[in-house]
Design a protein around this ligand. Structure first.
Ligand code: ACO
Length: 324
């Protein structure tokens, strides 16, 4: 019995920005970016490609695969930290775009781990409200939250959205279990300010701008350790070995993080889906985009055990197991 994925979808902005394009913006090189991150190019949104539009398009593609319409959807959860407005939520805009009139909708912000947290949220909801169908979406336009003069960060991120349709069924397939974690005490290694406060009572600190700030080396170290720990906890909980995994879809942050994680876990590299070279780090959208690609490329067979894992600002991290 579990929350089964009935359909997957994704949407990437049209415009591609290569490492050579970035060479014109900051003091960097294609060679440096590829060797340190594995990223070759990324998509950057333009007019008419706001976060909610990408999200709604990805959701529409997932609904089409599931052979459902927006009228069938009861709940829309969007994981994002780059919606075009703080209020209403991105999920409400998606609901409007799709015309999903009976659905209620809300956002989750768990940075790059947002999709995993939203998936767990959706799974728990469906375990109580079993006759419902829901959309879980990860969508980001971090290009709007990037300091394009900061070579430490602007080379890493890209825009996009991915979505899944979930339904609870009496079946051995579906979401098996998740291990999710947060450590707010490490917030200052990876963060992004909001707009300055308008409260006249509050002292205004120097406002560095609403863009990503990061201690790259520290993030790297924690990311590998934390994802490995979450995966090992999940394997112990389910009493299985890493060899039982048929496909692993990690958050696509950086090829060096992924290689280190893969070698520490001892999982066969052939079983690890990687597309970071094409899209960079799309934050909460990276797992559902990769999942949709893997699905459409026929890399998942009914009954396969799928492992997904993530790490992001907060810090937030976790791993989930799904029986396909
Ligand atoms: N081009 C050329 N040189 C650069 C660039 C660039 N784009 N960026 C930094 N450098 C320089 C630095 O200025 C530094 O120069 P210096 O020695 O003269 O001071 C030198 O390269 C080394 O800098 P480091 O920061 O030590 O480089 P490092 O090898 O750690 O690589 C990187 C940086 C790629 C950011 C790495 O730390 C990393 O991948 N960290 C993980 C960050 C991440 O993935 N964040 C995403 C959010 S969290 C998540 O999704 C998991």
């Amino acid at each position: 019995m579990g929350s089964i994925i009935l359909g997957t979808g994704s949407c990437l902005p049209e415009r591609e920005m290569s490492n050579h394009d970035l060479e014109k913006l900051v003091d960097t090189s294609d060679e440096w970016i590829v060797s340190r991150t594995g990223i070759e190019t990324r998509r950057i949104s333009g007019k008419g490609e706001e976060t909610y539009i990408l999200a709604a398009t990805a959701a529409g593609n997932a609904l089409e695969m599931a052979q459902l319409t927006a009228d069938d959807i009861d709940l829309i959860i969007v994981a994002s930290m780059s919606a075009h407005m703080i209020m209403p939520s991105c999920a409400c805009f998606v609901q409007k775009e799709l015309g999903a009139k009976k659905a209620f909708a809300y956002d989750i912000n768990a940075a790059c781990s947002g999709f995993l947290f939203a998936l767990d949220n959706g799974d728990k909801y469906l375990r109580v409200e079993q006759n419902k169908k829901i959309l879980v979406i990860g969508a980001e336009t971090l290009s709007s939250r990037t300091n394009w003069q900061d070579r430490n960060t602007c080379i890493l991120f890209g825009d996009g959205a991915g979505a899944v349709v979930l339904e609870y069924q009496e079946d051995t397939r579906g979401v098996v279990a998740s291990e999710l974690f947060s450590d707010g005490s490490l917030w200052n290694l990876l963060y992004m300010h909001n707009a300055p406060s308008y409260n006249p009572e509050l002292e205004q600190p120097d406002y560095p701008g609403a863009h990503i700030m990061m201690e790259g080396r520290e993030v790297f170290k924690y990311a590998v350790k934390a994802m490995e720990g979450a995966i090992r906890a999940l394997l112990v909980r389910e009493n299985i070995g890493i060899d039982s995994i048929d496909l692993m879809i990690p958050h696509q942050a950086n090829i060096r993080i992924l290689k280190k994680l893969v070698s520490r876990l001892g999982i066969d590299q052939e079983k690890v889906f990687i597309n970071v070279q094409k899209y960079g780090n799309t934050s909460a959208a990276s797992i559902p985009i990769a999942l949709d690609e893997a699905n459409r490329e026929g890399k998942l067979t009914r009954g396969d055990l799928l492992l997904v894992c993530s790490f992001g600002g907060g810090f937030t991290w976790g791993a989930s197991l799904l029986r396909w």
